[in-house]
Structure formats: structure tokens, C-alpha cells
Design a protein around this ligand. Structure first.
Ligand code: FE2
Ligand code: FE2
Length: 139
């Protein structure tokens, strides 16, 4: 699958996405699965695509809150910054959603935005968190 932004999508879970924290990796598999489901519904009705978008946003709320609790539990020094990145995604998501509803954004562009965000955030910020948990708190 490709888009006009030339991203190579890897929508099936792969070990290269693992950050090494069992719970976070498990939730990321579901998160990526929701992006895949969204991508596959690009050509279906707009109401179905919209419902998958809402499902993904609700899951992001759960997943981010869950990660933030992990940070609180281990006194993660990057908590404030990481949480602000989560909040920034909601703002960007809502902005994209509004543009999609107003027909100023294509389904494929929305999927590309979410995929890029997911990969970038996971491989940088969530990896840092996982490394911290592993080196500071064995469990
Ligand atoms: Fe995450
Ligand atoms: Fe995160």
C-alpha cells in the first residue's frame, strides 16, 4: 500500500515495532491493528470509516492513560513531556477529524498521518519509556 506521501506502510505487527515492555507492546499491536482496519475501510462507506476513526481515538485515550500510569508508577522523568506529546496527538487528531468531516481531507491522508505518528512516537518516545522501566524497575 502506498500514498501520495510515499510512505511505505507496514500494517501487520512485526518484531521491529517492539519496545520491550510486554504491556505496551501488546497495546501497540491493537493500536496498529486499528490503523490497519481503518486503512482497509478507506473504500467503504464514510460512516464506517468514521466509526473506525472514533474507535481508534477511544483506544488512544485508553492506551495513553495506561502508558502515563506506567510512567507515574516508576517516577519516569520524561512524564510531562511524554504526556504533552499524547495530548498534542489528540489536538492534531481532532483537527484532522474536523477537516475530514468538512471534506477537506482524504481518508488516505488521515491514515498516513496516524501511521506516521504511531511509528514515530512508538520508536522514539515509547522506546525511551520502556528502556527506563527495564533499567530502573525490574518486574
Ligand atoms: Fe504508545
Ligand atoms: Fe506514548
Amino acid at each position: 500500500m502506498s500514498s501520495d506521501t510515499d510512505i511505505v506502510f507496514q500494517l501487520d505487527w512485526d518484531s521491529k515495532f517492539e519496545v520491550g515492555h510486554e504491556r505496551i507492546d501488546f497495546e501497540h499491536q491493537i493500536f496498529l491493528g486499528l490503523i490497519k482496519k481503518l486503512a482497509e475501510s478507506e473504500k467503504s462507506s464514510s460512516s464506517r470509516f468514521e466509526r473506525y476513526l472514533i474507535e481508534l481515538r477511544k483506544y488512544a485515550e485508553f492506551h495513553f492513560f495506561s502508558e502515563e500510569n506506567i510512567m507515574i508508577d516508576c517516577d519516569y522523568p520524561g512524564y510531562i513531556k511524554h504526556k504533552s506529546l499524547h495530548n498534542a496527538l489528540f489536538e492534531e487528531f481532532d483537527d484532522h477529524f474536523q477537516r475530514y468531516i468538512n471534506k477537506n481531507l482524504q481518508e488516505g491522508e488521515f491514515v498516513a498521518f496516524l501511521y506516521e505518528w504511531f511509528i514515530h512516537h512508538t520508536m522514539i518516545e515509547d522506546l525511551k519509556l520502556s528502556d527506563f522501566v527495564r533499567t530502573h524497575h525490574e518486574h
